[in-house]
Write a protein that binds this ligand. Structure first.
Ligand SMILES: [Zn+2]
Length: 323
């Protein structure tokens, strides 16, 4: 449908592309932009062969304005600002008032739009209400709930869904990812191609998965808690990723439980946890997930890392010892 609208030059002037990280929002928006700027007369745009397409491929077409955090449009904005400030939007509006170079469409791409300050969003709102002629605004975000509802309501909202695992697997194969890595990368990527590719190439992630497995699921004895927490106590920087992995492991076990199939394999986990996965009441899984999210909150409030870790180990070992 999008391709048809683009081919007929019937695209609405503002689109919001949302969905989890790594689903391809920026890729799609960049292709849409290239299509709008392509100089080919044919229906298949972007043609990939014209001068405009060559410039669009690197997001360097002069009629393309790219707004993203850390790459300020306005000379008044510092590079290290964590937000997209109103000055960037004002500069975009100024640029949009100038004549286009190609004499055709102009495309504004806003990446990571949730980084826009409320002031920036309000300023953008005016442009969305009365867009300059032949100007298209493509907004990408992982967190549409961080945008003003007035911004969202003025865009055509395109929600990207997770890809089927078979397709993610095909992309990984096409990218020559080592075959022994493909299955696990797909399994933990939740339909995100970007995440699967990132995981596939990230040796430290797999190493940490092994460490989390042996820290939280291998021991049954409470005496092991202190030893483990001592071994981890200097790794506070790893904590966000460690908690993310731990959470994904509990979810993996919960899936076995919800699948209701006693023969489902519970790979890698020790026998007691395989038993847990098949038989524990669902609230025990929720208890563990809650323990992880409590730990995350405590770390945000700067509670001592080792203390948080011990509490978490206590919850997991306590549960594991009952199965
Ligand atoms: Zn072209």
């Amino acid at each position: 449908m999008l391709l048809d609208q683009l081919a007929d030059r019937q695209l609405v002037h503002a689109c919001l592309l949302s969905g989890e990280k790594g689903l391809g929002k920026k890729t799609l928006a960049s292709r849409m932009a290239a299509s709008l700027l392509c100089e080919s007369e044919g229906r298949m745009r972007p043609c990939g062969a014209c001068r405009a397409c060559a410039m669009s491929a690197n997001l360097e077409h002069p009629d393309m304005i790219v707004i993203r955090q850390g790459a300020p449009l306005s000379p008044d904005v510092k590079k290290d600002r964590a937000t997209i400030p109103v000055d960037d939007i004002r500069e975009m509006i100024r640029l949009c008032s100038l004549r286009t170079m190609g004499g055709n469409a102009r495309v504004v791409l806003i990446f990571d739009a949730e980084k826009m300050t409320p002031q920036a969003q309000n300023s953008l709102l005016k442009t969305l209400e009365e867009p300059p002629e032949n100007t298209f605004i493509l907004i990408c975000t992982d967190h549409p709930d961080s945008l003003l509802t007035t911004v969202i309501s003025r865009c055509r909202h395109i929600r990207l869904r997770p890809w089927p695992n078979e397709y993610v697997e095909k992309v990984l194969r096409d990218q020559h990812v080592a075959s022994e890595r493909i299955r696990d990368s797909v399994r933990y990527a939740s339909g995100s191609i970007g995440k699967a590719l990132e995981l596939a190439g990230d040796e430290t992630y797999w190493q940490m998965r092994r460490e989390v497995l042996s820290a939280f699921f291998a021991g049954k004895l409470r005496s092991g808690i202190l030893q483990t927490s001592n071994a981890w106590k200097d790794r506070k920087a790893d904590a966000p990723r460690m908690l993310e992995i731990l959470e994904s492991m509990v979810r993996e076990l919960l899936q076995v439980r919800l699948g209701g199939d006693a023969d489902t394999e519970v790979p890698l986990f020790p026998d007691n946890w395989a038993h847990f996965a098949r038989s524990a009441p669902v609230e025990r899984f929720l208890f563990l997930l809650d323990a992880v999210s409590q730990a995350r909150k405590q770390l945000q409030f700067n509670v001592n890392f080792q203390a948080v870790l011990e509490q978490l180990l206590f919850a997991f070992m306590g549960e594991g010892s009952q199965w």
